[in-house]
Design a binder for this molecule. Sequence first.
Ligand SMILES: [Zn+2]
Length: 157
Amino acid sequence: MLKCCSLCDGQILNKFLDLGRQPLANKYPKPSDFQEEKFFPLEVFFCETCKNVQLGEMVPRSLMFEDYYYLSSVNGGLVRHFEALAEELKEAKFVVDVGSNDGVLLRPLKGLGVRALGSNLRSMSPSSPMTRGWKRSAPSSRKPRHGRCWTATARRM
Ligand SMILES: [Zn+2]
């Protein structure tokens, strides 16, 4: 259960959507596995302090991505959407795409000559440089390995 905001530690959280208990998305259990399928509460909260919208319960990453088959590039509409987004970002010096999946945005960015770095939460450990510091910004004295981020994108996180 959510006790405080995951971004600012704010205590004033308002639940505005409750979809009950749901199975994990993009997981396709066999009929013999239905009895053991796990369900999780899908509640969405709004932080009055920083305006962040977040889930009430985070599913452990190991469960979320153990059988995760979704690839953004199989959806032609998404491919065209990210090609258009890349055009909008083509003046950026450096783009970090958080949750880059199979690189559906990174490919057109690189095709346009934009430096781009993707992170995939499926393969990131909690101590990776991308997940550390999400709650607090990194000290300014630290020199980023890839240079300062010009633009950051994150979708469906
Ligand atoms: Zn907050």
